[in-house]
Design a protein around this ligand. Structure first.
Ligand code: MIG
Length: 808
């Protein structure tokens, strides 16, 4: 049995060197005096601290240290039940004179008895994680409590990724970053912190990936070898040193396991994967109606219009400005029947106004945040002076949820949460002494700041759920903490209309995806300033391949609609928004895999090939789902670019040319083209062109079959697109098994679920067939096919429930 016998070579003596650069102000654990085991949990007591080690699974071990006194109550917003269970298939404990050794079938944790420092090795005895100074702490003299730190050994070729929405380079090696969400208007690649707080990073060492989730909501810091090039550290200004070590061994598996740990997302309504048009702000009603009509008359597909803060009466949440929108219900109903959904913005600040019911309810029930000595906190935001609900109080969340009844009754289809870092004019955010309930663990804003926005999004989604019956909610939030994916999608905040920001948007969406938050997008075209037609077109081309696809702008510098830049751009933009709709079954299936297996929807190259050093540093190229490789154009005036093709064989999406990976190539990309490749063996489902989701019955599903000379499995998922009927078997899961040789190609289908698709047949388009076929047989019968000379593709129609097809 692996792990039963300690391998002596790595267990000898104090295998970790001593460090003499310890400072007097720093405290360290010393000799273990006691230990005990409770099922999958181990407690090691030294004089000043206890280390709790929980083996949560074969790949996940949690480390948690008390400082002096007992452990805090084990509560987390990221992990609903941190202590509930373990699914480790076996846990083996052993001891030497110097070490405690805890092994799973995948990893082994060695803990030094002299000082609690530990390291983790995999089955090949490769060290993945190793304390250098390890855990230590300092007094937090101003507020009480401790600054808790962990310092670990950094090897020369270690690489680091993830950490939420950081706009810096994708690879974090050599950077020091901080989590303390702020409203960073016009941030740039050097800005830090920005909006989101995701204390999770991925490390790659000798092609093996691991993750560390530091579940601490205080202001936290991550230094990936900036201060010293042989150590990396993470620390926080309070709370516990509490982290989960996650072994991949691939980077994608690290993200998957982290996402399962912090909670899988929900299936969104399919319309939310369509195109969204937004501006600060579209009003009054006539402008909104005209916008909608323009989309339809120009035949540019669009599903969603966002109403920014000016729809409200004096920025009072849950109200309408009656002059601008005299009858929201009939407006929304008309727009709905023309295929538009309406999303309204809701900020946290509640206007101090004694005639305002939300204010009154909040005040009467003590739902608003208070300063430490008792007075309510007053802060200025759009409505003027406001009070702010304490979203970390379950009663307040419940109340907040109830407030959505009116908007949902008016027909609103989704909610946009902004300013929830929280942002306050002048001061920036709340004073630190503000008190929060923290679900029964009263604390100051120092602890609640980084989760405030996530708890608002949570209450917002629950509110929609309450009033939407069988329909799916949709929330988008600017602030986030780890686990936000359970409740909401996100966008990357107030970016700028520049080429540099198109590049940053690409990095941020990839990074969010690696951080468990796949449902992300940027303000296409930039929030601040105006793009020119070329930049906007290139950004739309990128946005087509991001899970959240929205144009938004501050509105200060003119309009930004698909037709703003003239007809030559409009033609290309229309084509790309159409492409998004054609790709919907592919994107929806990719989302289903994210929901079901926690698979990140976007994968950076570091997630595709950990063996390839080139992939550690590339950040323009990325994959959407299992099959699309994309590389945006990030410069003006070019007709193509160099891009890196990772391992494997890929078809150029536009030309069908087959290229092999692990090489840099030149790709032509005039303004009408964004470099896109499709993985060999892929089966890509395509819908007919449509103006919005549900516009018409889908009369056929096209499957683009990229043939291969190997065996490949593809999965396509469909359901009603907006209800919960899938929970009762109303879905259609198509598994397609491709098997190719140099003389034949076979496709086997297994369909699961009871959802009756509206189309009777598939249109099949075969790409990349090199042999001269004679017969196409479907379930034993010969059927007709056509050869397209120019495209070198074969086309045929088959019953959607076919079992086997053989092309030879
Ligand atoms: O202080 O609601 O990031 O998307 O348009 C600005 C107005 C407040 C910031 C958001 C932006 C939104 C804007 N908001």
């Amino acid at each position: 049995m692996a792990g039963t016998q300690p391998d002596e070579s790595i267990f000898e003596g104090n295998y970790m060197e001593k460090f003499d650069d310890r400072k007097d102000s720093e405290f360290y654990p010393n000799q273990v005096i006691n230990w005990k085991r409770k099922d999958w949990k181990f407690y090691f007591d030294s004089r000043d601290t206890t280390l709790e080690v929980s083996v949560l699974g074969d790949f996940i071990i949690r480390f948690r240290y008390s400082v002096y006194e007992n452990m805090e109550d084990d509560f987390s917003y990221a992990i609903p039940n941190p202590t509930i269970s373990s699914n480790a298939s076996e846990i083996i404990f052993s001891e030497t004179d110097d070490l405690f050794i805890i092994s799973t079938v995948q990893i082994k944790c060695l803990i030094q008895k002299s000082d609690l420092r530990h390291k983790i090795v995999n089955n090949e005895n490769q060290t993945l994680f190793e304390n250098e100074k390890g855990y230590h702490w300092r007094e937090e003299k101003n507020h009480g409590g401790y600054i808790v730190l962990s310092t670990n050994k950094l090897e020369k070729d270690d690489q680091f990724f993830a950490l939420g929405d950081k706009p810096c380079r994708l690879n974090l090696k050599g950077k020091k970053l901080q989590l303390w969400g702020v409203d960073h208007y016009g941030y740039g690649s050097d800005s830090d912190p920005v909006y989101k707080n995701v204390p999770f990073f991925i490390g790659i060492r000798k092609s093996k990936a691991f993750g560390v989730f530091f579940d601490n909501t205080f202001r936290s810091f991550f230094d990936f070898g900036k201060e010293r090039d042989n150590a990396y550290s993470f620390w926080a200004h309070g709370g516990e040193m509490n982290y989960y070590f996650i072994y991949g061994p691939t980077a994608s598996e690290v993200t998957e396991k982290y996402t399962v740990l912090t909670g899988k997302p929900q299936l969104p309504p399919m319309w939310s994967l369509g195109y969204h048009q937004s501006k600060w702000s579209y009003y009054p009603e006539t402008v909104v109606r005209e916008l909608a009509e323009t989309f339809r008359s120009k035949k540019i597909p669009c599903d969603v219009i966002h109403l920014d803060i000016d729809y409200m009466d004096g920025y009072r949440c849950f109200t309408w400005d009656n002059e601008r929108f005299p009858n929201p219900k009939s407006m929304i109903s008309d727009l709905n029947s023309d295929g538009f959904k309406i999303i309204t913005i809701i900020d946290p600040g509640i206007k101090i106004d004694k005639d305002y019911w939300v204010y009154k309810q909040g005040l009467d029930n003590q739902y608003f945040c208070k300063r430490s000595d008792g007075p309510l906190f007053r802060g200025s935001v759009w409505p003027g002076l406001c009070y702010f609900p304490d979203f970390t109080n379950p009663k307040v969340r419940n109340w907040w949820s109830s407030l959505f009844e009116g908007l949902i009754d008016d027909g609103v289809d989704g909610i946009w949460n902004d300013m929830n870092e929280p942002a306050v004019f002048e001061e920036g955010t709340f004073p630190l002494d503000i008190r929060h309930d923290y679900d029964g663990h009263p604390c100051s804003h120092r602890k609640a700041h980084n989760v405030y926005g996530m708890q608002m999004a949570r209450a917002t989604t629950e509110g929609q759920r309450r009033f939407l019956d069988n329909k799916r909610p949709f929330t988008i939030t600017r602030s986030a903490y780890a686990g936000v994916q359970r409740y909401s999608s996100v966008w990357t905040g107030d970016n700028v209309a520049s080429w540099e920001h198109l590049r940053i948007a690409n990095v941020q969406c990839q990074r969010l995806s690696a951080s468990g938050i796949s449902f992300a997008g940027s303000d296409i075209g930039g929030f601040i300033d105006s793009p020119d037609g070329e930049l906007y077109t290139r950004w739309i081309q990128l946005g087509v391949f991001h899970p959240f696809f929205r144009t938004h702008s501050s509105g200060d510098h003119g309009d930004k609609e698909p037709w703003t830049f003239g007809s030559s751009y409009e033609r290309i933009i229309r084509r790309y928004i159409e492409l998004r709709y054609e790709l919907l079954p592919y994107i929806y299936s990719t989302f289903w895999k994210y929901v079901t297996y926690a698979t990140p929807m976007l994968k950076s190259l570091f997630m595709i090939d950990e063996q390839d050093p080139e992939c550690m540093f590339r950040e323009d190229e990325f994959m959407l789902g299992e099959d699309f490789l994309i590389c945006p154009i990030t410069e003006p005036g070019v007709n193509g670019r160099k891009m890196y093709i990772p391992k494997g064989s890929w078809f150029n999406f536009w030309t069908d040319e087959l290229v092999s990976g692990r090489q840099e190539i030149w790709v032509d990309a005039p303004l009408s083209k964004i470099p896109v490749f499709v993985k060999r063996g892929a089966v890509i489902p395509i819908y007919p062109k449509m103006q919005y989701v549900g516009e018409k019955e889908i009369f056929e599903l096209t499957l683009h079959i990229y043939t291969c000379e190997s065996e490949v499995e593809n999965t396509i998922y469909e359901d009603s697109g907006d209800s919960y009927d899938f929970q009762n078997g109303q879905y259609r899961l198509m598994k397609l098994f491709s098997k190719g040789t140099d003389k034949s190609f076979e496709l086997n289908q297994v369909v699961d679920g009871e959802f009756e698709a509206s189309y009777p047949q598939y249109r099949l388009v075969f790409h990349g067939i090199e042999f001269k076929p004679s017969d196409l047989k479907v379930d034993g019968e010969k059927i007709d096919y056509h050869y397209h000379e120019k495209k070198k593709t074969y086309e045929a129609w088959v019953n959607k429930d076919f079992n086997q097809l053989v092309f030879s």
